[in-house]
Ligand binder design. Sequence first.
Ligand SMILES: NC(=O)c1ccc[n+]([C@@H]2O[C@H](COP(=O)([O-])OP(=O)(O)OC[C@H]3O[C@@H](n4cnc5c(N)ncnc54)[C@H](OP(=O)(O)O)[C@@H]3O)[C@@H](O)[C@H]2O)c1
Length: 250
Amino acid sequence: MTLPYVTLSSAMSIDGYVDSALPPRLALSNAADFDRVDELRARNDAILVGARTVRKDDPRLLVRSESRRRARVAAGRSRLPMKVTITATGDLDPSARFFTVGDTEKLVYCPTSASPGLSRRLGSLATVIGLGDDVTMPVLLRDLGERGVRGVMVEGGSTVHTQFLSSRLADELQLVVAPFFVGDGRAPRLLGDGSFAWTADHPARLLEARPLGDVVLLRYGLSGRCTDRLPADSLWARTVHASAGNEERS
Ligand SMILES: NC(=O)c1ccc[n+]([C@@H]2O[C@H](COP(=O)([O-])OP(=O)(O)OC[C@H]3O[C@@H](n4cnc5c(N)ncnc54)[C@H](OP(=O)(O)O)[C@@H]3O)[C@@H](O)[C@H]2O)c1
């Protein structure tokens, strides 16, 4: 079985934070970027977030555009991608929008020991899947693949992104940089510590740098499965050509 294609998606401040330290939730996106996220969600079969993001942000995780929903159905897919979360403690509120909004399948992965209690609490709201002593990303991804998921969009938070990257299971990273600083070490950062394959000697491939109003989207290819090429009209391409021209002139 081929593992699902994994796209990590996140927005961060210039200094690398994905939220503020204290409520309310920090807005790091704009309307143009929301539309990009909507399009990316529509392309995927599943959207995954960690349980702390469910608790803190209470996201809906829907495709908002009706035309994108219709296009999915016309292509023989479900109207909405399935929603997926992971928990060790089982601390998930059945009234969270993850469970109550959107007529689509919801999966909750947890250690087997947490599964009976969580199943009782969530009832028909979600399918609870115990994955042994610990939930690991390779086993989770294999299970998603066996359920027919070909593409999964991982929307954070940091703990989940860190695990996909350190397990080398991410194919692509779509990272948006918002034009401000947070400057508070108590706030969550894009990633925790980890052993990542992409280093100065072995960098990720920059596929695209696209301004979206006042934010910038950076797309990185992380695996051989990500075959995208840098679009000729991208900002990065223009910058390289411009600086090459400057060198010739100087
Ligand atoms: N800027 C953005 O694009 C963006 C996107 C999403 C989230 N965020 C921000 O990110 C922050 C949350 O990130 P976070 O790192 O604190 O939390 P997170 O990654 O959303 O969730 C972490 C939780 O997921 C569960 N989990 C993760 N890996 C697991 C595993 N292998 N086995 C079992 N359970 C596992 C655990 O849940 P339990 O605690 O239930 O055991 C863990 O506490 C929030 O501030 C949110 O606003 C930002």
